[in-house]
Structures are given as C-alpha cells and as structure tokens.
Design a protein around this ligand. Structure first.
Ligand SMILES: C[S@@+](CC[C@H](N)C(=O)[O-])C[C@H]1O[C@@H](n2cnc3c(N)ncnc32)[C@H](O)[C@@H]1O
Length: 234
C-alpha cells in the first residue's frame, strides 16, 4: 500500500466504491494507484498536462503493478476524457480559477460525471460560486490541516442549490452546517488574511483603496459574527 498524505487520504474517502475515477493533474499518480490497490476503483485514468509528472506517475504505477487498471493520458484538463468515461473527476492541488477553467472548457465531459472531488489551493469562493451557478450542488465539504496548511475539499454532484450570501461561499456552506472541528481555525485564518489586506489598503489615500477597505471591513465584521455564533453554540 502507498503511504498517502492526509490530504490525498481525505480525497480518496469521497470516491464511491466501484466508480471509475479520473485524476486530472495527477502528478505522481498516488491517488489513482491507491484507489485501485484498495479495490475502490476497478479502473482509473491518471492525466496530466506535463510529461514529467506523467512519467513519475507511470513509474509509480509500474512499481505497484497496477498498469493494467490505470490509463495514463497526456493532455489539458478534461480534454483527455470521452464523455461518460469517468464517474468521478478529481482535480486537486491547483488554484480554484484553474479548476474552474478546466471544468468550463469541457462541459460535455463535466456534465457526464456524477461527482467532482475538488481541492483548490486558493479562490475557493469563486469555485463554489461557479459550481452553484452551473447546476452543481455541494454534496459535502472537508477541511484538513497538514503541515500547518489548511486545505479545503469540495465534493460536488448534479443538483440545484441556492447561492447564498457571498460570505457563506467563502467559508463553505457544508462546513458551517456540520460545524466542522476546524471551522473556527478556518474563520480565524480568513479574518487574519483580511486584516492584512486591510492594513495595506489603509496606507493608501486613493478613493478606490478606501472603498475597498470599507468592503473588507464589512467582510471581517461578517466573519467575526459567524465566529461568535459558532463559539456560543459550543
Ligand atoms: C501541484 S500538482 C498536484 C498533484 C496532485 N493532484 C495532488 O493533489 O497531489 C498539479 C499538477 O497539475 C498538473 N496540471 C496543471 N494544469 C493542468 C491542466 N490544465 N490539465 C492537466 N494537468 C494540469 C501539473 O502538471 C501538476 O502535475
């Protein structure tokens, strides 16, 4: 078995038994190798836009003797897939904007998948907004802390979900609903991030910077309110 990082283990737990998974931007190929070794997936597709990562994936796949069950594909995003070929699409370790662009570029493939498992490194709010605006619902969300970094995992399935307040999209509606154990850490980090942005903006006397500062202050206020509600509910 592979000694998988906590982050990749977290992604793996959302892959339903018996599904064919496509790992887009697979790099080392650890996730599909693990899922096939475990028997969760009868088959998998490991894809990457760059040759080097795909060669690394090939070497790991050969090492674990799963080459008959994993297809390696070189190419951009979902363009390597035929519609319906993968039940579950995993895109992890890239910016939220890149993930959104990948989904947007191949609607015929994206729409045939039953589940996306996404782990953006930034711009989570924009990715959530994109999903909800395009007929996806957030089935689940996870937070995990590894080496001091907080990662967000979004699990999306086809469905309708109302786009709530912008701040909820920023935090993660399912994380709030399930009062995730790391939610207070997540909110605190968001507050600290916006406080740093605010300090920068307040050095400026330009009208546009001052308007932006007001918006950031409002956001910090909303985050503090949610943080206080969370503390009082414990
Ligand atoms: C930081 S690695 C993440 C690897 C793995 N998914 C993980 O989470 O550990 C990002 C990988 O995505 C690949 N990549 C970036 N843009 C891509 C795209 N548009 N299509 C496919 N792969 C892409 C890169 O070559 C790189 O191997």
């Amino acid at each position: 078995m592979i000694n998988l990082s906590e982050r990749l283990k977290c992604l793996a737990q959302f892959v339903p038994n018996g599904s064919v998974v496509a790992d887009i931007g697979t790099d080392h190929g650890y996730l599909p190798t693990h899922l096939v070794l475990l028997g969760t997936c009868p088959r998998a597709i490991a894809a990457d836009i760059n040759k080097g990562p795909l060669e690394a994936a090939q070497s790991n796949i050969l090492q674990y003797n799963v080459q008959d069950k994993i297809d390696l594909r070189l190419g951009n995003g979902l363009q390597v897939l035929r519609p319906g070929e993968a039940d579950v699409i995993v895109i992890a370790g890239m910016g939220g904007g890149t993930i959104r662009d990948i989904l947007e570029a191949s609607p015929e493939v994206a729409l045939q998948a039953t589940r996306f498992i996404l782990q953006p490194m930034a711009d989570e709010k924009e990715l959530r907004a994109y999903l909800l605006q395009h007929g996806w619902t957030l089935r689940d969300e996870e937070l995990l802390l590894e080496d001091g970094r907080l990662y967000q995992v979004l699990v999306a399935e086809r469905g309708q979900e109302e786009i709530g307040e912008s701040i909820l999209l920023e935090i993660g509606p399912r994380l709030i609903e399930k009062k995730h154990l790391l939610l207070s850490v997540h909110i605190r980090r968001l507050i600290e991030k916006y406080q740093r942005v605010l300090m920068g903006l307040q050095k400026s006397t330009q009208e546009v910077a001052l308007r932006k500062a007001e918006h950031i202050k409002e956001k910090i206020g909303q985050l503090r309110k949610i943080e206080a509600e969370l503390l009082s509910s414990h």
